[in-house]
Design a protein around this ligand. Structure first.
Ligand code: NAI
Ligand code: SF4
Length: 514
């Protein structure tokens, strides 16, 4: 009997290793022959650790399984899909999962992440095989026609970036994956790297073939030790299986891939400081132009994309640009891996076509707040994203629609707050976060963030709140217009959205003298 137990960081945090060991030992005591495959997570975090068993009728899931359930489950016939209070049935029929459009995450939680064989048995490498039949222009055209936009947050058309690198003349070019997923409430990159790393590797390989790069790096945040181990194992297996390194799939093409660890700086997720860090230097933002597509790693043309951008590509090359562009709305095409977190009953990963509203995500998938209290604020797009009040929750997740409400999609992270949240404290936190994480290169951000914390402290203490709020607004204008990168440039977004949508939280204290 084969059991599937995630080795994803969330499942591990909830005791998946202990459950796996106990299940194995318990099965042995009962004389049952079990093989345990460690998978990624399907992203239904409130059900983790979720254990699945292969039966004649397909997979049957149980969850959340704790150590004390193990004997009970084995006695109830877990290995044959037997009945139990924790039995969830076919995991694919759980509404949270069944309603999704998993183009990029369909293998995550299903396969053995480090097995090339398992990956290929589930459709892997068909995208690269198709890409190898095209010339570079053909691959870039497919990416362009799919409408794929950079999933790191900026939403820049991927096809245009790929084209820029493809056309750049250089002896050496590079492909770099930004896996420094630093936004609060985001975990899509991590889940993918832990659950289906070959999807990323295949996407990067297609990018290398298209742009003429022969070397690639995955810049991974050091806070992801499981992803680090999984990626390293996958790369070694990939080279052995002939899908990485020299003569990929017998095509004569070369692509050498390495994983590099960051050291815990948020700003190293900004592409130019990421490249500085990759070169072994301190992660300080470079002025653009030149753009990395022309002058990036070691001064050479470099394609920098986020994990989610690369992992969308194999599906596009396998199924066609048109099929991908059929999902989504307006200029936001394809699917968005939404990460639902914060005060939410059912947190996890929801991959859906662009266009679903925030309210639908929170109510239909998330099941409302975990505390059972009303939703008051929702922050979308990480710590630099806007806080939306109830009346904006019908905004669809679409780059332009979110921007029209002075918000952003970002990397697709949604963090929910109930009515106990103090929005003045959240505005102060945005400045504090910026002060801590600023690289210090430009004055509006380096000095502005610290002045912002001080001024917000005065507002919160009730010291001339009206005058000090005006100062905060002026400061936000300077930071928006004068910062060199998105760190300082977008910090005003959470601050101003909190002031605009939740003014009552900023004017509670009395007007004390300065
Ligand atoms: P950007 O708009 O400056 O650039 C977007 C991308 O397009 C860059 O890779 C840039 O080099 C490229 N580009 C621009 N013009 C080009 C051209 N003509 N040809 C080829 N490539 C071109 O935005 P930036 O600063 O890269 O990203 C800001 C975004 O990052 C924010 O909107 C925010 O949502 C997001 N973000 C994401 C985080 C995460 O953890 N994923 C964390 C913090 C911010
Ligand atoms: Fe550095 Fe902040 Fe300026 Fe960005 S905005 S370059 S993080 S100081």
């Amino acid at each position: 009997v084969t059991l599937y137990i995630p080795r994803d960081a969330v499942a591990l945090g909830l005791g998946a290793n202990k459950v796996a060991r106990a299940l194995f030992a318990g099965a042995e005591r009962r004389g049952l022959d079990v093989t345990i495959v460690r998978t990624g997570s399907r992203g239904l975090f409130w059900l983790e650790p979720m254990v699945e068993v292969a039966t004649k009728e397909g997979r049957v899931a149980y969850g959340p399984v704790t150590l004390k359930d193990v004997d009970d489950l084995l006695d109830a016939g877990l290995t044959t899909g037997g009945d139990h209070a924790l039995r969830l049935g076919d995991p694919e029929t759980i509404p949270f999962l069944a309603k999704q459009q998993r183009l990029t995450f369909h293998r995550c939680g299903v396969i053995d992440p480090v097995s090339v064989e398992d990956y290929r048995a589930h459709g892997g490498y068909r995208g690269l095989e198709n890409a190898l039949k095209l010339d570079a222009e053909g691959i870039v055209a497919a990416v362009r026609e799919s409408g794929l936009r950079g999933r790191g947050g900026a939403g820049f058309p991927a096809g245009i970036k790929w084209n820029t690198v493809m056309l750049a003349k250089s002896e050496q070019k590079y492909v770099v994956c930004n896996a420094d997923e630093g936004d609060s409430g985001t975990f899509a990159d991590r889940m993918m790297m832990e659950g289906d790393p070959f999807n990323l590797i295949e996407g990067m390989t297609i990018a290398a073939v298209a742009t003429g790069a022969t070397r690639g790096y995955i810049y991974l945040r050091s806070e992801y030790p499981q992803a680090f181990e999984t990626l390293k194992e996958a790369i070694v297996n990939g080279v052995k299986a002939g899908v990485l390194g020299e003569n990929i799939l017998g095509s004569g093409k070369t692509f050498h891939l390495e994983v590099r660890l960051g050291a815990g700086a948020y700003i190293c997720g900004e592409e130019t400081s990421l490249l500085e860090s990759l070169e072994g230097k301190r992660g300080i933002v470079r002025a653009k132009p030149p753009i990395p597509a022309l002058k990036g790693f070691l001064g050479k043309p470099t394609l920098v994309n986020n994990v989610m951008t690369f992992t969308a590509v194999p599906w596009i090359l396998e199924n066609g640009a048109k099929a991908y562009a059929d999902y989504g709305m307006g200029r936001s095409l394809g699917t968005l891996p939404i990460q639902l977190a914060g005060n939410i009953k059912h947190g996890g990963l929801i991959e859906l076509a662009f266009g679903i509203t925030l309210r639908e995500v929170i109510e239909e998938y998330g099941g409302g707040t975990r505390s059972g209290r009303p939703v008051r604020a929702v922050q979308v797009g990480g710590p630099l994203g806007a806080y939306f009040p109830d009346h904006l929750l019908d905004t669809p997740l679409d780059y332009e629609a979110m921007a029209a409400q002075k918000g952003l999609v970002g990397h697709g992270g949604i963090v929910v707050f109930d009515d106990t949240v103090d929005m003045a404290a959240q505005a102060r936190f945005a400045f504090e976060f910026c002060a801590t994480e600023s690289c210090g290169k430009c004055t509006p951000c380096r000095i502005g963030a610290t002045r912002g914390v001080e001024t917000m402290d005065k507002v919160i203490a009730g010291i001339r709140p009206e005058a000090n709020l005006k100062l905060v607004e002026d400061l936000c204008e300077v930071m928006t217009d004068g910062s060199l990168c998105a760190m300082g440039g977008l910090t005003p977004m959470p601050v101003m959205s909190a002031i605009t949508h939740f003014p009552e939280d900023f004017r509670r204290a009395g007007d004390l003298p300065a």
